[in-house]
Design a protein around this ligand. Sequence first.
Ligand code: PLP
Length: 587
Amino acid sequence: MATTKPTMNFQSGAGLNGETVPELANGEANRNGLMHHLAEEKQTTPEIAMSNILTSLEDSTFSCSCAKEMINGGIDGHLNDCTVRNNKSSLSDTTANVKGPKKDPLPKDEEDFLKAAFQVIMEDGVRKGRDVTQKVVDFHQPDELRSLLDLEIRDAPEDHQRLIKHMKDTIKYSVRTGHPRFFNQLFSGKNTYALAGQWLTETLNTSQYTFEVAPVFTIMESVVLHKMRDVVGYTAGDGIFCPGGSISNLCALNVARYRYMPDIKKTGLFGLPRLVVFTSKQSHYSIKKAASVLGIGTNNVVLVNCDERGKMITSDLEAHVLRVKAEGAVPFFVNCTSGTTVLGAYDPLEEVADVCEKHGLWMHVDAAWGGGVMMSPKYRASRMRGVERSDSITWNPHKMMGAGQQCSALLLKHENLLQHCNEAKAKYLFQQDKFYDVSYDTGDKSIQCGRKVDVFKLWLMWKAKGNQGYHQDMDAIFDKTRYLVEKVKAREGFKLVLDEPECSNVCFWYIPPSLRGKEDEADYKDKLHQVAPKIKERMVLSGTMLVGYQPLGNKPNFFRQVFCSPAVTEEDLDFLIDEIERLGEDL
Ligand SMILES: Cc1ncc(COP(=O)(O)O)c(C=O)c1O
């Protein structure tokens, strides 16, 4: 028996379980005909059958008064109207009026397992994961870790107790990125609402390509992308959630190239002129990777010079554009970075926009990291003025906005371009003769087929915070950055790489007593270069916190502390400084 909803079947002249009901099909259905049909179908009396149906309809799809009206006045005239009204019925109506096996869909042992698993996740994963008295990481070298974990997959199944133990072990030896002292990556913290959102998404386990299998998430994605475009300042446009900032950047480059050379979709690279991309020396490596993947070639990615604060020098950009044109190549894409990965620099968007307009270039903003600042009325203008003049932007709410891995939006000022660029019109998935508005099947805008639902966690979190909550979060992140900057400035043995960082990256050297006052010695830089990795090793092994380090240009290794979580306290930051000193003062 088909498990169909009454709404559609009535409209098409079919019975509640999918079979044709002549009375309905020819429009002459009446109260008796319907009741007798239902009674036969359910093997009961017509009155009881209708009463049962009424109850189930009122409980479920037919929250409107249609069913009652059908009983009292016949069906004619109600059917179409009813369909429309039923479309507005409560989202919680999920009961299908069908016969099914009389067994619990969630067997007791599976329910018990899920409850036990949930408890482990809550206690070991969530509660301990946020507890400063717990280690951020219980580090073991790979071979040792292999021996600590039972990773072998065997022929025989393992029981629930063992599986729960595996879950506990997995958490035990994993890095607690929600820990208040995890400062290592451009994501951290674990927002409660985002987490709940992730659980729900995992439970529903759908794919964000058609309205058919992701009705709520499809319209939710549209609403959230619209909202994000409003924040950027695009008055129209399009967008899509992509699996991470790198892929968002790649998709931006792809769509930009398609705009300039739409034939490329069919003819490929053969016979094209040399296309050239511009990005700053301190931009993210994903731009080079994207150029490589798309056949543009990394040699055709021009790295524009930055000033001492890490910001793109626009005069250098324009000089390169002119040079490339003179060489007979075709410049077409400029990537600006809003929040560079290491120093957190914001490129001068207004100036770059002027260059792009003058030379007819696509302007993309990689705000994967620093885009969160657009949510702060206090800090936005000084960092991202001019962003609305760009053609596209990558913005990762999984980074500074705390939405959890992964949540990355590619937003465009242009409508329909994504669709035309990426669509393949697969007939098994994107049928054009579906009974709903197929423009809601947004999956063909993507380079993927199946697409994870990344929007829900962000939507739920944004709902929970409101815009105001995000304003406060961003201000808190930037204000605490200032606290740390002042602290590092005042502390003996610490030296900032940038005195006034623009984003929440605080980059600094720790200079152990043995190196202080020896800046002029020939091997000073070499020795300083070795300090951060040594402290990092000790830090990981003691598990008290995690902070990243790296060199940059001719600068020796330095620490990069990054804030993503408004939950980080001044006490955590005091600890960071004290701990680095404790771990490194004998070096
Ligand atoms: C500026 C910038 N762009 C892009 C990315 C790539 O983002 P994802 O790791 O989500 O691919 C990063 C990652 O750190 C980044 O800092």
